[in-house]
Design a protein around this ligand. Sequence first.
Ligand SMILES: [Zn+2]
Length: 83
Amino acid sequence: MRPQLADMARGQQKIQSQQKNAKKQAGQKKKQGHDQKAAAKAALIYTCTVCRTQMPDPKTFKQHFESKHPKTPLPPELADVQA
Ligand SMILES: [Zn+2]
């Protein structure tokens, strides 16, 4: 009887630990998603001078500018950017 009980208890512990892990991972996922969203929002610092589209980095900005507004001269801050 006793060894069986011990096994059951161990099995129960294993399940609880798995559930705990799953919960932990879900929490981390949620937190990460939130952080990424906040980071993305904070990173949108380049605003296209022509169409007001916001971009996270100068590379994207320059690519956007060259493809969307090829007739508009590049803003001086993009002149040195390697796209
Ligand atoms: Zn634009």
